[in-house]
Write a protein that binds this ligand. Structure first.
Ligand code: NAD
Length: 261
């Protein structure tokens, strides 16, 4: 187990990629704070399941990643309960698909807040402790959309390009402090986030569900397969290992070849 005695926060981990990362960290011996929305009983089942399956501590924070005060309180709570936050994964994210002229202003603000600004707030809060202990791992879940664009995703693409820039900047600032900062850029991963955008994409592009899956989503990926949440989680675990101590400021694609094209 490579992460014994490490403590992690994974934002947006009640589902999808974040949940897989939290479980993978716990499997490697880390205590984890999970975060996100969802049915209270379902979230408690996931939390208790992590503790039971991997014999680690798992806490749940319902902090809303669009609210800076709640974000700061979440980091403080983890530091108090675990004694440190050694690993921070900024993963919470939402999507909204619409032509630019109809893009709701409140959706733009919400996506920028959750997908980008929340990482600024968590990093700002967790960095002093990492610097003091001379060890830390910050991983941001970016996207292929941090490197390339798709139409009708103005806010998401802007936020993801932003997180790639934030990753590089903070990596340089923390380079001599034993703290690495990287982002993972998955292509399409089959999660509720992808499933939920299908109806709007059908509308925006006048397509059937099958056309959206095959002609929009998987068309982007030369392998013609979805990435799995377990594959993304395995990369996150690697980034926390000693073998990855010289990887920092990187934007690591896992996109079936999408951004090679
Ligand atoms: P998901 O919908 O399964 O999970 C999103 C998580 O974020 C959930 O736990 C949800 O409760 C949480 N969340 C949403 N709003 C929140 C808020 N205001 N405060 C706290 N938590 C909040 O989606 P996913 O596909 O697992 O996405 C996770 C990350 O991966 C996102 O940043 C997304 O942009 C990124 N990503 C996903 C894909 C993909 O194809 N699924 C591809 C590239 C990048």
């Amino acid at each position: 187990m490579t992460l014994t005695s490490r403590n992690a926060i994974v934002t947006g981990s009640t589902s999808g990629i974040g949940l897989a990362i939290a479980r993978a960290f716990a499997q490697q011996g880390a205590n984890v704070m999970i975060n996100g929305f969802g049915d209270a009983a379902a979230v408690e089942k996931e939390r208790a399941g992590i503790e039971a399956d991997f014999s680690v501590r798992c806490l749940y924070s319902p902090a809303d990643m669009s609210k800076p005060v709640e974000i700061a309180a979440m980091v403080k709570e983890a530091e108090t309960a675990f004694g440190s936050v050694d690993i921070l994964v900024n993963n919470a994210g939402i999507q909204f698909v619409s032509p630019i002229e109809e893009f709701p202003v409140e959706k733009w603000d919400q996506i920028l807040a959750i997908n980008l600004s929340s990482a600024f707030h968590t990093i700002r809060a967790a960095t002093p402790g990492m610097k003091a202990r001379k060890w830390g791992r910050i991983i941001n879940t970016a996207s292929a959309h941090s490197l390339v664009a798709s139409p009708f995703k103005a806010a998401y693409v802007a936020a993801k390009h932003g997180i790639a820039g934030l990753t590089k900047t903070v990596a340089l600032e923390l380079a001599t402090h034993g703290v690495t900062v990287n982002c993972i850029s998955p292509g399409y991963v089959w999660t509720p986030l992808v499933e939920k955008q299908i109806p709007d994409t059908m509308k925006a592009r006048n397509m059937t569900k099958e056309q959206v899956i095959n002609d929009v989503l998987l068309t982007a990926q030369p392998t013609k397969q979805f990435v799995t949440v377990e594959q993304v989680a395995a990369l996150a675990v690697f980034l926390c290992s000693d073998a990855a101590s010289q990887m920092t400021g990187a934007n690591l694609s896992m996109d079936g070849g999408w951004t090679a094209a």
